[in-house]
Each structure stands twice: as structure tokens, then as C-alpha cells.
Ligand binder design. Structure first.
Ligand SMILES: [Zn+2]
Length: 71
């Protein structure tokens, strides 16, 4: 006899849980980007169309600098 299985997905990362509370906790654990600025461009590279790094600000006040992967 088939049975119904209820799963709860984190709406941010997509991981699923059997308990709704766990999925809600997972959603709250993620930092959501709010704005980006502080772009840093290489001075010695002629192909500097894209910034080497940017500063990402998250909801809640935290921020982190993200760097471009090496080409
Ligand atoms: Zn998640």
C-alpha cells in the first residue's frame, strides 16, 4: 500500500528535511545578499573588464569580500 511522505524544503538552499522546524531553521541560517559594492579592479591587467573582488552586504548587517576565481 503506497504511503504519503511529507518533506520540507529549505527555500534558500533546497535541502530537504522531515521536520518543518529543521527546514525553517536551515532557511534562517543563510545570509541573504542585499547589496554589492566596493568593486576592486586590477590596475596591472589590461583585461580588467570584471572586478577582481566585490564587497557583498547581507541582510542583518554582515558583509564579506568575494574574490574572482583565477583565470
Ligand atoms: Zn538551507
Amino acid at each position: 500500500m503506497p504511503r504519503v511522505e511529507t518533506r520540507y524544503y529549505c527555500d534558500v538552499c533546497g535541502k530537504y528535511y522531515m521536520k518543518k522546524e529543521s527546514a525553517v531553521e536551515c532557511e534562517k541560517s543563510h545570509l541573504i545578499p542585499e547589496s554589492v559594492n566596493g568593486a576592486d579592479y586590477a590596475k596591472d591587467d589590461r583585461k580588467n573588464q570584471y572586478p577582481d573582488s566585490v564587497l557583498v552586504h547581507f541582510k542583518g548587517g554582515k558583509s564579506a569580500r568575494y574574490y574572482r576565481m583565477q583565470r
